[in-house]
Ligand binder design. Sequence first.
Ligand code: GRF
Length: 191
Amino acid sequence: MHQIAIFASGNGSNAQRIAEYFQNRDTARVALILSNNPGAFVLKRADLLGIPAKVFNREMFYSSEQVLEWLKEKNVDFIALAGFLWLVPAYLIKAYPKKIVNIHPALLPKYGGAGMYGDAVHKAVLAAGESESGITIHYVNEFYDQGPIIFQAKCPVKKEDTPDTLAQRVHQLEYQYYPVIIEKILTGEIT
Ligand code: GRF
């Protein structure tokens, strides 16, 4: 049974979706939820789900290996970022080669990079007059949104869309695919 850790900075609806998906599977469990934000709603979700959670600050993350210790304590062998806003440090990427994935709410390589998260992404997609958007699941390297792409799914952008309505459509794709793609990576069906 694989042990997954989820890193999230905010709301955590994807984190919850992944945790619930694996509650009924024998491939994996979400063993730990981690956040850089002590006020993040994802911590409340972790509590309600009965999943242990840890909070860290910048110094702990970048100048110590405390986070790696927590991951080892829980035998974590796979990491999913879900709305996590900090760059992953080199020591973690080295400890989990091809075992850290992220989801981005647009079709990379467009609309990615530093500052491209949340509403900023959807606003940029609308401002560019795109007719489709979607999700990208990719491996994580030391740069924002630049690791090898694993999976993409598309949805239409409608003329009357606001950042909010587009975000909702993209979120539905995230809930539909992120847990399933994680499972396929864990079982080796996707490499
Ligand atoms: C998602 O849209 C994800 O693609 C992006 O951040 C958002 C997180 O939403 N990386 P939530 O915290 O899972 O609700």
